[in-house]
Design a binder for this molecule. Structure first.
Ligand code: NAD
Length: 306
């Protein structure tokens, strides 16, 4: 175990849950499996993304998803729309892609402009191609521990816990944030009779009373709030496992990209207390892409739905 009192991610290695190394390793396996699929079927697994508008974060995420598809030998297609696209037009495109036998996975990058109902979009995507795992059929099946597409970010977190062979059984997991895409599904997955899982779970949110007291009870903290450095060292019990989902972008003159990313956890002060911790960037974000790729491959191989 390295020096936990150090401030830099490099020297806390050993307790750092390294999304870069872990995702690269899993992507090599995915690439092998994709190659075998392509040889056998004569076509590549195919992910389609729809991007509306040009929000900086969404542009970066979609570009990274497309790039990673190419890296592991998938085909990827991107349909871009201006924010003026109507809901009717967008839903028609989704219906068209649903019918295309060459497409295994379809994702629509969120957030969408206000005049487009994200619920309608989610429910229009064929659940058999819903590799983001947001469709109510996939969420319902997940709840019942049936084969399904698990939402990509929670799936990535499970893969990270598995990769580090972290036994979660019997632990108290506190999830902060109850969004449909991260916090709520994560709380269900951690409580399921599965490994990782078998936790006693507390799902907290903006209306939770005495949040600090709740978080202090946690053996595992999963923070998905969207507020920079929200979880501070005084909220964290010694030895806790800390998973930081937050991606908070701030403009910066110090980076080439013109912005800097921060997590929901005050990494510098929490890392010395944690037994394991994910950095931002370099943690959950990279594992989310792995979750998406695994779902797309599973769809191509018809492992979940026939
Ligand atoms: P969201 O805005 O939909 O939900 C935020 C949740 O935090 C809400 O349920 C709210 O109740 C809770 N919350 C807000 N203020 C709170 C407070 N003061 N105390 C307690 N709870 C509070 O967010 P989301 O889509 O779940 O995303 C959360 C964060 O995770 C964002 O930073 C987002 O960018 C990031 N994210 C990262 C990935 C990834 O791949 N790493 C994927 C999705 C989202």
């Amino acid at each position: 175990m390295s020096d936990r009192n150090s401030k830099s991610p490099e020297v806390v290695l050993g307790v750092l849950l390294d999304g870069k190394a872990t995702s690269e390793k899993i992507k090599l396996q995915i690439a092998d499996e994709a190659e075998a699929f392509t040889k056998q079927s004569g076509r590549k697994p195919h992910l389609v993304a729809i991007l509306v508008g040009n929000d900086g974060g969404s542009e970066t995420y979609v570009a990274s998803k497309m790039r990673n598809c190419e890296k592991v030998g998938f085909k990827s297609s991107l349909y871009r729309y201006d924010t003026s696209v109507t809901e009717v037009e967008l839903l028609a495109k989704i219906e068209e892609i649903n019918q295309d036998d060459d497409v295994d996975g379809l994702i629509v990058q969120l957030p969408l402009p206000k005049h487009i109902d994200p619920e309608k979009v989610t429910e229009t995507i064929d659940y058999k191609k819903d590799v983001d795992g947001f469709h109510p059929i996939n969420l319902g099946r997940m709840m019942r521990n049936l084969p399904c597409f698990i939402p990509a970010t929670p799936y990535g977190i499970l893969l990270m816990l598995q990769a580090y062979q972290i036994d979660t059984t019997g632990k108290h997991c506190v999830v902060i944030g109850r969004s449909n895409i991260v916090g709520s599904p994560m709380s269900i997955l951690m409580a399921r009779n599965a490994n990782p899982g078998n936790c006693t779970v507390t799902l907290t949110h903006s209306k939770t009373k005495d949040l600090k007291a709740q978080i202090l009870k946690a053996d595992i903290i999963i923070a998905a709030i969207g507020r920079k450095n929200f979880v501070t060292a005084d909220m964290v019990k010694d030895g806790a496992i800390v998973i930081d989902v937050g991606i908070n972008r701030e403009t910066s003159t110090q980076t080439k990209s013109g912005y800097k990313l921060f997590g929901d956890v005050d990494f510098e002060h929490v890392a010395p207390k944690a037994s394991y911790i994910t950095p931002v960037p370099g943690g959950v974000g990279l594992m989310t892409i792995v979750g998406l790729l695994k779902n797309t491959l599973a769809s191509a191989r018809k492992e979940i739905y026939f």
